[in-house]
Design a protein around this ligand. Structure first.
Ligand code: NHR
Length: 198
């Protein structure tokens, strides 16, 4: 969230909203003069009630884009569909591998050589929405979940602002068929090989 605010995106940051009053992003936003709202999920009877209140709070700011950042509450289908093509998330794995939690631990356990992060449109299918951009990092033999997370986080801070920039400029969108449409130049020859070739 802080990386997004620091990225000088070509858009107004309408608000920072959290379900946790102790989220550090809230204090950072306040210090930068950005509107904040807190909706403790336990104040609501069920997910539908929480999501309805969340949507009402969001809509009060009239944002074009809603970016999840460390947001850990599964969102209802009704909520997700309301923001079709405008709701995005960053996930610390190369999706569709390692959806869900503890991604770095699981990647190390499996011995994969390449890991990373993905920005995707949020759909009801948890962590399986259409992918906008991914970054890959090499996994090192002495990595711990923490050291791996640090290198992935560095890439998260690069690709999330990029994805939002594309969305703001209309260079990436979600079409009616639920596929990502992009006018970005692709690089057919680019590859990350780990460990490197001799
Ligand atoms: N909601 C929908 N409908 N679809 C997605 O793709 C979503 C989503 C809500 C959040 C972020 C995701 C991540 O990047 C995200 C994607 C939380 C959970 C989870 O199990 C899963 C995926 C993500 C975030 N949450 C538990 C729940 O019962 C609570 C876990 C906790 O509070 O620690 O909501 O990782």
């Amino acid at each position: 969230m802080q990386a997004l605010l620091a990225a000088n995106l070509p858009c107004r940051i309408a608000a920072v909203i959290s379900n946790r009053a102790d989220a550090t992003g809230l204090e950072f936003a306040r210090q930068h003069g950005i509107a904040t709202a807190v909706l403790p999920h336990r104040d609501y009877a069920d997910r539908a009630a929480f999501d309805a209140a969340l949507a009402q709070a969001i809509d009060g700011y009239q944002p074009d884009i809603i970016a999840l950042a460390g947001f850990m509450r599964i969102l209802t289908t009704e909520f997700v569909n309301r923001y079709h093509g405008r709701l995005i998330n960053i996930h610390p794995s190369l999706l569709p591998a390692y959806a869900g939690m503890n991604t770095h631990e699981r990647a190390l356990q499996d011995g994969v050589k390449i890991h990373g992060c993905s920005v995707h449109f949020v759909t009801p299918d948890l962590d399986h929405g259409p992918i906008i951009i991914q970054a890959a990092v090499t996994v090192l033999s002495n990595d711990t979940p923490h050291t791996l997370a640090q290198r992935v986080l560095h890439e998260e801070h690069r690709i999330y602002p990029q994805a939002i920039r594309w969305l703001c400029r209309g260079q990436v969108s979600l079409n009616a068929a639920g596929k990502v449409v992009s006018d970005r130049l692709e690089q057919p020859g680019s590859a990350l090989v780990a460990p490197g070739l001799e």
